[in-house]
Ligand binder design. Structure first.
Ligand code: ATR
Length: 482
């Protein structure tokens, strides 16, 4: 079940939120503590206004809620609100000793969720906690805050240890995103989704859970794929792969995983029996040493963005270089691109210089830190210079590639090639994909250049990655999920 948390100040706000999300959710949680005081008495009739089960929750400040009532008054308000019947569950915290709310709930045919919250971390005694919560309620709920891959593994292990316990396990914050999406793998009866996009870190919208991740459709046979990085939540790869899987009826899900190291992530990947994953900053180089099988590009570029499971090992490929070349393939083939100026000498530039070199394009690298340009140039036997001297190459190259992260949020206003005047004959290519038109590309367009977009590079590397993952071509006419 996907549960919508209703956090509006009025009953009407909450009804509207529910109407907006009616196609995505199976159950909702009414947060009595977030209703304005004049609205609280109306809550008793809320279940009769909606056609899905409702969880009633009155969260204390100490558990992340807004209720400041004395404990006795808080329990009385819960009982008062439940009295008309209609609620399906009531949430009572771990440490509530008095059984009056439970008795009232059971007499009304409701179930009791016993909950425990930890906003700091994951308690060491989490297994026994789940056990004791389950022994005192109908459903055990644990909402904790993981800070490492080991914490995430602990949460996934709860189901191995306590399979038959009805439970809700939630990892809060960015580290917990995978636990919200893969809730069925965790043995949770439900996951909480938010209303719309503007949400706290780690909270996924109900719409995304339902339509992008199809979280409620996952089963034992669902293949798990994902992307590992740090940061990772901004990645568009879930929006590419999940709709692709769906279109070809491939039973798989693609999930973002924040991680502190590739080594610990691989332990989690083994545990989840992942079939493949994408690798992004800062792990593209580090991952290579853990791979049992790598392709020639990975060996020569020294970085890997695509890992798939093969018997007994992980195999690494690099689709970044292909993604880069594909949009300019035709111009290289017909001789329009014979020489290139590459701005930047970081990880992305490395794959680009290698790809151009493989296609016999003459390359000059310019970089803010000249020593890094020199180092990369030596590796591939190309030219190098300082970014300060960029104007020397005006009118002398067929292709200008912007291969730094300047132009990308929050650097939208920066154009590292500010001092370069396009003649208008060049092809200008920016690897930054958001925004589509960077300052670099706008300057090139003004001069009359042909433009190549980072967006196309992103899509091409993603499509090839999809083929590595599934063995199928990326389907045609798939809309990138928005
Ligand atoms: P990536 O993997 O995206 O290539 P990286 O390896 O950190 O990231 O490389 C970042 C590139 O952007 C480098 O070439 C960097 O130049 P330095 O080697 O001088 O650091 C370049 N870069 C970052 N900030 C820049 C700026 N303000 N102006 C010009 N180049 C910049």
């Amino acid at each position: 079940m996907i549960c919508l948390t209703l956090s509006g100040p009025t009953i009407l706000d909450n009804l509207k939120a529910l109407a907006d999300n009616k196609d995505y959710v199976d159950i909702c949680e009414l947060r009595l503590d977030l209703l304005s005081s004049s609205e609280v008495p109306k809550a008793a009739d809320f279940p009769s206004m909606v056609d899905i089960p409702v969880i009633l929750t009155l969260r204390r400040v100490s558990d992340g809620g807004k209720c400041t009532l004395q404990e006795k008054a808080r329990r009385s308000l819960l009982i008062e609100t439940m009295k008309n019947g209609g609620f399906s569950y009531v949430d009572i915290e771990d440490d509530v000793k008095k059984s009056d709310v439970e008795e009232a709930a059971h007499s009304l045919g409701m179930k009791v969720i016993r909950s425990y919250h930890d906003f700091e971390g994951v308690p060491a005694d989490i297994f026994s906690r789940v056990h004791s919560l389950a022994s005192r309620g109908d459903v055990a709920k644990i909402a904790v805050t993981p800070h490492s891959t080991a914490d995430i593994m602990t949460l996934f292990r709860i189901n191995e240890e306590l399979k038959d316990v009805p439970k809700i396990i939630i990892g809060m914050g960015e580290w917990g995103v995978a636990t919200r999406i893969l809730y069925k793998k965790m043995g949770s009866i439900l996951t909480f989704g938010s209303n719309g996009k503007a949400v706290a870190p780690g909270m996924v919208s109900a719409r995304e859970l339902k339509l992008l991740y199809r979280a409620d459709q996952l089963n034992d046979n669902t293949g798990i794929y994902g992307i590992v990085g740090n940061p990772v939540m901004h990645s568009l790869s879930p929006q590419i792969h999940n709709p692709g899987f769906h279109k070809i009826h491939y039973n798989a899900v693609y999930v973002p995983f924040l991680s502190e190291s590739i080594r610990s992530f691989l332990t989690l990947a083994e545990m989840l029996r992942m079939r493949g994953f994408s690798v992004t900053v800062p792990f593209k180089v580090d991952v290579v040493k853990y791979l049992g099988n790598i392709t020639r590009e990975v060996k020569q570029i020294g970085s890997c963005n695509t890992v798939v499971r093969v018997p007994n090992m992980w195999k690494g490929t690099n689709t970044d270089y292909y993604g880069f070349i594909h949009p300019i393939e035709k111009e290289i083939d017909d001789g329009r691109i014979k020489s290139a100026l590459v701005i930047g000498a970081g990880g992305a530039a490395k794959a680009i210089v290698w790809a151009l070199k493989m296609r016999n394009v003459k390359v000059m690298i310019v970089n803010r830190t000249k020593s890094k340009a020199d180092e990369l140039a030596r590796l591939y036997g190309v030219g190098s210079d300082s970014l300060d001297n960029i104007s020397r190459y005006e009118g002398k190259v067929d292709l200008v590639v912007q291969a730094t992260n300047m132009g990308l949020h929050p650097y939208e206003d920066v154009n590292p090639a500010e001092n370069f005047h396009f003649s208008g004959k060049e092809i200008a290519y920016d690897i930054v994909y958001q925004p589509k038109y960077t300052k670099f590309l706008l300057a090139a367009e003004e001069a009359g250049c042909t433009l190549k977009f980072g967006w196309d590079m992103l899509m091409e590397q993603g499509k090839l990655q999809f083929e590595s993952f599934t063995g199928y071509h990326y389907p045609k006419d798939v809309e990138i999920w928005k």
